[in-house]
Design a protein around this ligand. Structure first.
Ligand code: SAH
Length: 417
């Protein structure tokens, strides 16, 4: 597989000007003392969030309830309130003894997320939440109604250590890992809002269940850098009610920059979640700049790991590709991507290009419509199913790569604290 630049490839496009300038001109990669791209894998030490029912296994929940001086079967009642009625409010829990109710709830369902701000699109079918965590860290989640499904985009870390230049979250650095229960609580709170009729856009002929059906780990953070808590959260999502949320693994998408050892681990978990790889460039030369972690795990290694995920789980994987004007949107890159995917077999992958969403201060813009279409057409012609992803939530800065807590958000959160 060659990675020759457009100017020397025999199939180089003649109509378009080939890229000549450095790929990420105007942006300098942050480097560590040894001159390697700055990546933050370890979560800085901060006060731990309170332990919550959703951090515990069903057995541990029983144990903890007993420690609080109540019979173990109360654990199941609490789990039912939390995972099926989406409530942490003791006033709703009339099946619990009134005298101990408050104490039990305080011990098992401590508050984890304080809502700071909620933004909605005009149609009300997309809602972005800004949450304050117990230590003041801020995260966001985005709820979206589509025909026949409701998708929640969740955060797995406050901030992100992967430093991708085109992503607003990546530019802000990693504050800390989120706990399992903090991840789950985003879903429970969204389900509460849906159950209360707070998500607009429902069509008269839509009879789908009124709760989140799909979860995408595409909010803040690199989920595979917070592997254990993310996987514990996934296990709770798929556990039958009332032990968990009773969701289908297929409706859960784990999206990663390509932490190869963690992809191998994920493939061995035996939980058929949908796997998405944020590739954004088929050649190492450009991907080294766009996805700094490419300095550790190269394009071919990431693609091999994605292919292995397909082989072990039978789940078709998805390749994410933000189309950035004159940077990664060249026809020859579409061809090279198709070549690399086809070299690993047929029918195992689909490509999801998305026009770049604007981020504050960014020097890049989305590809032009005609260029997007050409990119998609070339992949489809090569036999790779490719569909352009929508940029839902753009007007409320809730689209991919736009999640970042601004100083204004911080001021609002501080005023509430
Ligand atoms: N860290 C994970 C998940 C979070 S981002 C990952 O990188 O996969 C979810 C998706 O949004 C990723 O594919 C990411 O590359 C993409 N993204 C980031 N910034 C974007 C932007 N400005 N426009 C469009 N997509 C973007």
């Amino acid at each position: 597989m060659s990675e020759t630049p457009a100017s020397t490839r025999s199939d180089a496009p003649t109509k378009r000007v080939p890229q000549v300038r450095p790929a990420t001109e105007g942006w300098t990669q942050k480097k560590d003392a040894e001159g390697r791209p700055l990546l933050q894998f370890a979560s800085p030490r901060r006060g731990k969030p309170p332990v919550h029912l959703a951090d515990l296994t069903p057995d541990e929940r029983v144990q903890k309830v007993k420690e609080l001086g109540l019979p173990g079967f109360r654990a199941k009642q609490l789990a039912t309130h939390y995972f099926t009625h989406y409530t942490s409010d003791p006033a709703n829990m009339t099946d619990l003894p009134a005298a101990q109710r408050d104490e039990l709830v305080a011990g098992m369902l401590p508050p984890l997320l304080t809502e700071v701000r909620r933004l909605e699109t005009d149609r009300g079918d997309t809602i972005k939440f800004l949450w304050r965590l117990h230590d003041g860290a801020l995260v966001e989640s985005v709820l979206m109604r589509y025909p026949g499904r409701i998708t929640l985009c969740v955060s797995s870390q406050a901030g992100c250590g992967m430093n991708c230049p085109f992503c607003a979250t990546g530019q802000a650095g990693l504050t800390r890992n989120m706990s399992t229960a903090e991840i789950i609580e985003q879903i429970v709170r969204a389900n509460r809002l849906i159950a209360d009729g707070g998500l607009g856009g429902k069509k008269a002929d839509d009879h789908s269940m009124e709760r989140g059906s799909n979860i995408v780990f595409m909010g803040m953070g690199e989920p595979l850098a917070n592997y254990k808590r993310v996987m514990d959260a996934v296990r709770i999502m798929v556990a039958p009610q009332p032990d968990g949320l009773g969701m289908s693994a297929r409706g859960i998408t784990v999206s990663t920059v390509g932490l190869v050892p963690a992809i191998h681990k994920l493939a061995d978990e035996n939980i058929p979640v949908t796997f998405a790889l944020s590739l954004h460039a088929p050649d190492d030369q450009l991907r080294d700049e766009l996805i700094p972690v490419n300095s550790r795990w190269k394009v071919d290694e990431a693609l091999d790991a994605a292919r292995e995920y397909f082989e072990k789980t039978g789940r078709r994987v998805s390749i994410e590709y933000a189309l950035i004007k004159d940077m990664n949107d060249h026809a020859w890159r579409a061809d090279l991507l198709a070549e690399k995917l086809n070299a690993r077999g047929r029918g195992w992958v689909h490509v999801n290009p998305i026009p770049l969403n604007p981020t504050p201060g960014s020097i890049w813009t989305a590809s032009e419509k005609a260029v997007q279409d050409e990119f998609v057409r070339r992949l489809n012609d090569a036999g790779i199913p490719t569909t352009l992803r929508d940029t839902r939530g753009k007007e409320i800065d809730g689209a991919c790569g736009q999640l970042v807590a601004t100083t204004e958000d911080e001021a609002a959160a501080a005023a509430m604290a």
